[in-house]
Design a binder for this molecule. Structure first.
Ligand code: IDP
Ligand code: MG
Length: 149
């Protein structure tokens, strides 16, 4: 089944919203397959956000993501990447739809609470960064047939 990499970013950690973020994704129907609390270092941040290197916000983005511990999670399900990004909402919280994590809980693009992979290929790359040598489980829930057709 498709997997996506979710990060609960430092602002959500600091604001006590970590499980609010994870809970919304879990309640959507996505199945948790991996979970870690970790401190990202600069090298890991630059690897994860490599596509944004050279952009004016890159230094601030790296500083933000290493500014406190974060939670990395792997969620899976049918179209997990698209489902998670829909629940997360648009990058800019003031333009994100109400009912989304960013639309309900965020104010600024540089404090937008959560990361979700943008494609299955990105998910695979990002899971490799955050779960290298760490367990990601294959399991079934009794309720899966009520969520996935
Ligand atoms: P995404 O997180 O919705 O996929 P991306 O365009 O991949 O958005 O950007 C990655 C992250 O970089 C965003 O979530 C946000 O934290 C930060 N970011 C993107 N654009 C800006 C900007 O213009 N100013 C400040 N931070 C930005
Ligand atoms: Mg992105």
């Amino acid at each position: 089944m498709e997997r996506t990499l979710i990060l609960v970013k430092p602002d959500a950690m600091q604001r006590g919203l970590a499980f609010e973020v994870l809970s919304r994704l879990e309640r959507r129907g996505l199945r948790l397959a991996g979970l870690r609390l970790l401190q990202v270092d600069e090298a890991m941040a630059e690897r994860h956000y490599g596509e944004h290197e050279g952009k004016p916000f890159f230094a601030g983005l790296v500083a933000y993501i290493i500014s406190s511990p974060i939670i990395a999670a792997v969620f899976e399900g049918t179209n997990a990447v698209a489902a998670a990004r829909q629940t997360i909402g648009g990058t800019k919280p003031t333009e994100a739809a109400p009912g989304t994590i960013r639309g309900d809980l965020g104010m600024e693009i540089g404090r937008n609470l959560v990361h979700g992979s943008d494609s299955p290929q990105s998910a695979e790359r990002e899971i490799g960064i955050f779960f290298e040598g760490q367990p990601v489980l294959d399991w079934q829930r009794e309720t899966d047939r009520w969520v996935f057709e």
